[in-house]
Design a protein around this ligand. Structure first.
Ligand SMILES: Nc1ncnc2c1ncn2[C@@H]1O[C@H](COP(=O)(O)OP(=O)(O)OP(=O)(O)O)[C@@H](O)[C@H]1O
Ligand SMILES: [Mg+2]
Length: 341
């Protein structure tokens, strides 16, 4: 549905070439809920903006529905943009227009017959649960409701693709849940392809089928959402996962502990008694559990424990670690990432 082929975007910065997106190769299938995660400045927005040519690639190509769109202009570009809806972090609603009119604008812009507009707007507002707010102004809505209006507007012309750039990042947890639920709802009713950028791993977990991790303009990892959380291969993915513990565990604890490891158990091992095995077999190693949970990602259980390993014998600590690595995915919990978050 969307294919990036060596897609590259560079900007001139301080008189020098700066590569914001670096030879990205990636294919997003029709109907997928596809996520792009990465830290600030990784190039996520710039990459996604090449899909509807808000940003033209400097080199490489972008395909939509098998068609090379890289050089489209004029009417062809307008036709492409009609197929692609987009929502943003700050909603971009017209303040002095009602909710109804905000959605109606998109239909007028595509020359929808006047007689069809009212019915279609109400249908869209119903889809996002805001039919009863049609005649209020955006200022009287919560952030989540504003974003739902923006979603209705983005879907007005039945796009095949919805691009979402940090659509939940300006919202509090309750409003985030509301928008996430709206998107899930839409996805279950329509076979739309969604490309969603976020740095919030909580959002990633609950929405995506597959995820691409970006770092310094490159895609450094692509996998199913479950597998990215179960065994993050790239440092960028590990950093994002580690960072998601920020606020869950007091900073003081993290700063105080030396040897912190995050242990991730996949489905079949989620309930293994590995901790008691370690304490029995490595009596010189002190293993403390700092945090732990089992959660469901893509309907599959994933267990995680944040542990600290202490002891006087480095060899014993390493053996205990080796044992844990046979049973689960283990990565060092980098305190720097949290401390600087
Ligand atoms: N128009 C531009 N001119 C110059 N540099 C730009 C431009 N747009 C983006 N950049 C730079 O390209 C890099 C990637 O930016 P981009 O906005 O794609 O990152 P991002 O991953 O979306 O980050 P964030 O999470 O903060 O939104 C950044 O270093 C940014 O400063
Ligand atoms: Mg961005």
């Amino acid at each position: 549905m969307i294919r990036f082929e060596d897609t590259t975007v560079s900007f001139i910065r301080d008189g020098k070439d700066f590569i914001a997106v670096d030879k990205v190769n990636l294919e997003i299938k029709k109907g997928e809920f596809f996520g792009i995660v990465g830290s600030s400045g990784a190039g996520k927005s710039t990459l996604v903006r090449t899909v509807n040519l808000l940003q033209k690639p400097t080199s490489g190509k972008v395909f939509v529905d098998g068609k090379d769109v890289t050089d489209l202009t004029g009417n062809d570009l307008s036709a492409l943009r009609l197929k692609i809806g987009m929502i943003f972090q700050h909603f971009n609603l017209v303040k002095n227009a009602t909710v109804f009119d905000n959605v109606a604008f998109a239909l007028k812009a595509s020359n929808t017959p006047k007689a069809e507009i009212e019915g279609r707007v109400l249908e869209l507002l119903d889809l996002v649960g805001l039919k009863d707010r049609a005649h209020v102004y955006p200022n009287s809505l919560s952030g989540g409701q504003k974003q739902r209006v923006a979603i209705a507007r983005a879907l007005a012309n039945n796009p095949e693709i919805l691009l979402c750039d940090e659509a939940t990042s300006a919202l509090d947890p309750d409003n985030t849940k509301e928008v996430v639920q709206t998107l899930k709802n839409i996805k279950s009713k329509y076979p739309i392809t969604v490309l969603f950028i976020t740095h919030q791993m909580e959002v990633a977990k609950s929405l995506f089928d597959r995820v691409a991790v970006m770092s310094q303009g490159k895609v450094v990892e692509v996998n199913s959402c479950y597998d990215v959380f179960a065994h993050p291969e790239s440092q960028a993915a590990r950093n994002l996962i580690n960072k998601s513990f920020e606020g869950v565990i007091p900073k003081e604890v993290i700063e105080h502990e030396q040897n912190l490891y995050l242990i991730t158990f996949k489905e079949e091992n989620a309930y293994d008694p590995v901790i008691s095995y370690v304490s029995r077999n490595y009596p010189l190693v002190d293993l403390s559990i700092i945090a732990g949970n089992i959660e469901y990602i893509q309907q599959k259980p994933l267990g995680r424990l944040l542990i600290s390993l202490r002891g006087t014998d480095e060899g014993d600590i390493n053996s205990a670690l080796e044992y844990l690595k046979q049973k689960a995915f283990v990565h060092k919990f980098d305190r720097e990432v949290i401390a600087n978050a």
